[in-house]
Design a protein around this ligand. Structure first.
Ligand code: FES
Length: 573
């Protein structure tokens, strides 16, 4: 049987003028002649950046990947793509997720690459790179950078993100000094790595493991654990074999993989951001996935991982307990996992995890004694969210899951910031806080502002949670009875744009309802009077606003949905 020549040989093979050009310029890097003999060329797609602190260690980790690639007989070639640092990038990293995915897709397609290792970490870097690679469909494996070591402040274990939300509310309530708040900074970020709560980064690292795109153990090993370096090396070895096996994302990212990931998200108490990202990734490989799948598959999946923001512990403990393989095994034994789903190991997910052992049962609990009974993402519908909205029950206050109250409306994030500190603000703990113009088009980029802080006067009175509704997202590290991703968003004339001060709103999580108690005739009158904000933005933001899909469709660009393959129609010279 003759082996199909590798894609990279269309660049590096033979004696044509073009082949000589391609090889000659590469040799200025000191690459030896036999590196171009037809061995797999492995792209190491790196989101390393000093502006993305969570990924700042990925340059070093890439060297370990290269070691593995070389051991397995491949040629590793590292290249940078746009890096999205959640903590620094304004107005929000989500604005650039789709842009980074274009960078990845085009870099892969246009270069002599046979397979790729995606080096990711901070929140949006994971979906951006997976989306781009999925649209190209070359053999792909993901390596996450791993979480930071646990935060420690004054002897207390504190989780990144989660502690910031908690402390800032404590400062507003007069229960913590500003100096103490500032002193906590360094203690919350003690090592390289991503947020060590079950925020979006840890959630997405778990999602790629549950989807079968990463080696077992990818999600939980701390960034600075020596086993993370070993995992990088094994990842490098494995991608070379995947190229030989022609094992592509289109074979792995089947409906069963997404169903497994959705249930896993429920079991780990994962971030609401995963809803958007998984829908967007599924769109790239032509798998139909929508909000109703999230509700249907996640309903009744208890959260068994006791991690902040829903629970007590942090990613270090999750790792010591055995990490995600323990959760996947538990899901499978409860009949909640498709055991046959294929993974990057070339084996099924069940073969990968069937021997996983739980070493800390208080961290990864049993399904009989879960952290919360309802771990999935609740998808709400009603006249306030005809195309859906989401809520994370495990992060919400049980007493508020059924609530009716008058709306206090903030017309934009600036309006919220202007008025929230005002002691004269007409608001009580029964009020429903409504924030609009924060969706994909409105913000733009759908910022993580949906968990808007409570008014100081209510915090000081001991109120710790209120119902909040918006077309925004919320950080995976945040908590509260927060209704997010309302679709259609206010900026495109969704009903959220029509809510007036004092309107009664009913939230019924068990019934999956979100109702604005205003009759249709009055809503029609308000709709008639509604004027969209003029869109004068140019450049990338203008492109984004024109093409971004609504939250229920993953906020991808309309023209990026689908897989375009790795064929290149023409040569460069
Ligand atoms: Fe990067 Fe949280 S800010 S993972």
């Amino acid at each position: 049987m003759t082996k199909k020549p590798l894609r990279s040989q269309a660049w590096f093979g033979g004696s044509s003028k073009n082949a000589i050009m391609h090889r000659s310029w590469m040799k200025n890097e000191g690459i030896v002649d036999d590196s171009f003999d037809g061995r797999p060329v492995i792209g190491i797609c790196n989101t390393w950046s000093e502006l993305t602190p969570c990924n700042a260690h990925l340059r070093g980790l890439a060297e370990r990947v290269k070691r593995g690639v070389l051991e397995a007989g491949g040629l590793p070639l590292e290249f940078p793509v746009m890096s999205l640092g959640e903590s620094n990038l304004r107005p929000t990293a989500m604005l650039y997720r789709n842009l980074a995915s274009i960078d990845v897709e085009e870099s892969l397609r246009g270069n002599p690459i046979d397979g790729v290792v995606l080096m990711v970490g901070c929140d949006k870097t994971t979906p951006a790179l997976v989306m781009g690679a999925a649209s190209c469909d070359l053999p792909t494996i993901v390596l996450s950078g791993g979480p930071m070591l646990n935060g420690r402040v004054r002897g207390e274990m504190v989780g990144s993100g989660t502690a910031v939300w908690r402390y800032s509310e404590a400062v507003k309530a007069g229960q913590m000094t500003v100096q103490d708040f500032m002193d906590a900074e360094a203690g919350m970020a003690r090592s390289a790595g991503s947020c060590m709560t079950m925020g979006t980064a840890s959630t997405m690292a778990s999602m790629v493991e549950a989807l079968g795109l990463a080696l077992p153990g990818n999600a939980a090993l701390p960034a600075v654990d020596s086993r993370r370096a070993a995992l990088a090396q094994l990842t490098g070895r494995r991608i070379v074999r995947m190229v030989e096996e022609d094992l592509r994302p289109s074979s792995i990212l089947r409906p069963s993989a997404f169903h497994n990931a959705i249930r896993t998200n429920g079991a780990i108490g994962g971030s609401t951001n995963a809803v958007l990202h998984l829908i967007a990734i599924a769109g790239r490989v032509g798998v139909p996935l929508g909000l109703d799948d999230w509700d249907r598959l996640g309903r009744g999946v208890p959260t068994i991982v006791d991690l902040q923001p829903s629970g007590r512990f942090l990613m270090e403990e999750f790792c010591y307990a055995g990490g995600l393989p323990v959760v996947l095994r538990a899901l499978a034994e409860r009949g909640l996992l498709d055991r046959d789903a294929l993974t990057v190991t070339g084996r099924s997910i069940w073969q990968n995890v069937r021997d996983a052992e739980n070493f800390l049962p208080e961290v990864i609990r049993s399904f009989d004694a879960p952290l919360t009974q309802e771990g999935g993402i609740a998808v709400l519908r009603g006249n306030l969210a005809p195309d859906g909205a989401v809520l994370k029950p495990s992060a919400a206050t049980p007493a508020l899951m059924q609530h009716r109250g008058p709306a206090v409306v903030f017309h934009s994030i600036d309006d919220y910031k202007r008025r929230i500190m005002d002691p004269g603000l007409d608001i009580t703990s029964d009020s429903v806080m409504v924030l609009r113009q924060c969706g994909p088009r409105g913000y733009p980029g759908m910022a993580e502002v949906g968990n808007m802080g409570l008014p100081p006067k209510l915090l000081a009175a001991g109120v710790t949670d209120m119902v909040r509704i918006s077309d925004a997202r919320m950080s995976g590290t945040a908590f509260g009875t927060v209704v997010l991703h309302v679709a259609p968003e206010a900026a495109v004339g969704g009903p959220l744009a029509l809510v007036a001060e004092g309107d009664m709103i009913e939230l019924d999580v068990a019934g999956r309802r979100l109702v604005l108690e205003v009759d249709e005739a009055e809503l029609a009158r308000r709709r008639e009077a509604w004027v969209p904000a003029p869109d004068v933005s140019g450049g990338y933001v203008g492109l984004y606003r024109r093409h971004v899909l609504q939250a229920d469709r993953g906020a991808d660009f309309d023209f990026l949905v689908g897989c375009r393959g790795a064929e290149v129609p023409a040569n460069s010279h």
